[in-house]
Ligand binder design. Structure first.
Ligand code: ZN
Length: 386
């Protein structure tokens, strides 16, 4: 075996051991050896390296090896690998530090106005990142990078927001400036894709092989995670179902077409429609009017729920997933509609041959999903175990 092959094998072995510790911790050296088929000497050497690199630590816990001997367990060191997650929205920005297991170590939140341009927003983000690091005594050298999630179409290779209706941005590059400001490598992606990644790694679709996340709220969209990877399509626009045509004679959408799905279910569309009958300031008022039996409010919400069930059927028939995760402001604010949607799905809209082939679940991570997903995406891209 030449030197190059030896180095490659060594690196693979390290990665295998690291993944097992991450997944099964706390775990004994003997158990890792058994799982991998590597020799006890190899495992001990790799773990000594990890301990020296401050990635892994020995725990107080011990396990019996069965011959009356005790063996020490190892686990990942807290805060050994960290990343920064950022969720960028129209009026609010969340910044948090995420560990290798996808737990939020600390976080903060600040508001932005529509007048804040991209540069002002990035400056605020970098100020808040520095504050978090200082306040919580975080070791900067353990931070592998930043992940930013936002609504819009993103070119992830260049880190450019090609288009975001919510932020009002067009062709704005985020990575170059954020890297300049913070010194950390940065990756930018669509928020729903990151949320789906987080739910698949740490939330309601844990371990799922093919899951679709649907987001119903101020916008509507979907994201598909196939065998642990985000499915992007040719231009990272896969899942933009808000602009699928439901009725060619329908209402005009902000994209200029008629009858897009989003004209039936997003909160702004519902409020705009409702206001033709009665002035409604927010979605809570619309739900209140529905509870009071106001015909226009019942009609609009019932129709929105029906379109949500139709969307579930459409993505289920398109992708044949094993699970569908429902998320977004609609369900976060009014969890009681979940049962109504499920009922509509199974009594009316799901195509019979696939009705038992997938589960419909709600988001577990709720408003933390994008933050966690952004942090994990940064680790996926920038953490390299040499
Ligand atoms: Zn549209």
């Amino acid at each position: 075996m030449n030197k190059h092959d030896q180095d490659f094998l060594k690196q693979q072995n390290r990665l295998t051991v690291f993944q097992i510790i991450k997944k099964e911790q706390p775990v004994s050296r003997a158990s890792i050896a058994k799982r991998t088929g590597m020799s006890a000497t190899t495992i001990s050497r790799i773990i000594s390296e990890f301990i020296e690199e401050r990635l892994v630590q020995e725990t107080e816990e011990q396990t019996s090896t069965g011959r009356g001997r005790k063996s020490t367990l190892v686990r990942l060191r807290d805060h050994a690998i960290l990343s920064i997650g950022v969720e960028l929205d129209q009026s609010q920005v969340l910044v948090g530090i995420v560990d290798v297991l996808g737990h939020i170590v600390c976080r903060c939140c600040f508001s932005r106005t529509t007048e804040d341009d991209a540069d002002a927003t990035m400056t605020s983000i970098s100020v808040h990142i520095n504050e978090l690091i200082e306040q919580h005594g975080i070791d900067r050298t353990r931070i592998v990078g930043i992940g930013v999630g936002l609504p819009g179409i993103i070119d992830i290779d260049s880190g450019t927001v090609q288009f975001s209706v919510q932020l009002g941005w067009k062709n704005v590059n985020l990575t170059t400036r954020l890297e300049e400001l913070t010194g950390f490598k940065t990756v930018v992606d669509n928020e729903l894709k990151l949320k789906a990644l987080a739910e698949q790694r740490n939330g309601s679709a844990y371990g799922s092989e093919r899951t679709v996340l649907l987001g119903f709220g101020n916008g509507v969209g979907s994201a598909l995670i196939l065998q642990g990877e985000i499915y992007r399509g040719a231009t990272n626009s896969a899942g933009e179902i808000g602009h699928t045509t439901m009725d060619p004679d329908g209402m005009i959408c902000d994209c200029g077409k008629a009858g897009c799905l989003q004209t039936y279910i997003t909160i702004p569309s519902l409020l705009a429609e409702a206001s033709k009958a009665h002035p409604v300031r927010n979605i809570e008022e619309l739900f209140k009017a529905r509870a009071e039996g106001k015909r226009w409010a019942c009609y609009l919400i019932d129709r929105a729920l029906a379109y949500m069930a139709i969307t579930i059927n459409n993505v289920a028939t398109t992708y044949n997933p094993d699970s569908i995760i429902l998320s977004g402001e609609f369900l976060d604010k009014f969890p009681e509609v979940y049962e109504e949607i499920i009922d509509l799905c199974y009594t009316r809209y799901i195509w019979e041959p696939i009705r038992d082939s997938f589960t419909i679940v709600t988001s577990e991570l709720h408003e933390d999903g994008v933050l966690i997903g952004s942090g994990l995406a940064a680790q996926d891209r920038f953490f390299i175990l040499h």
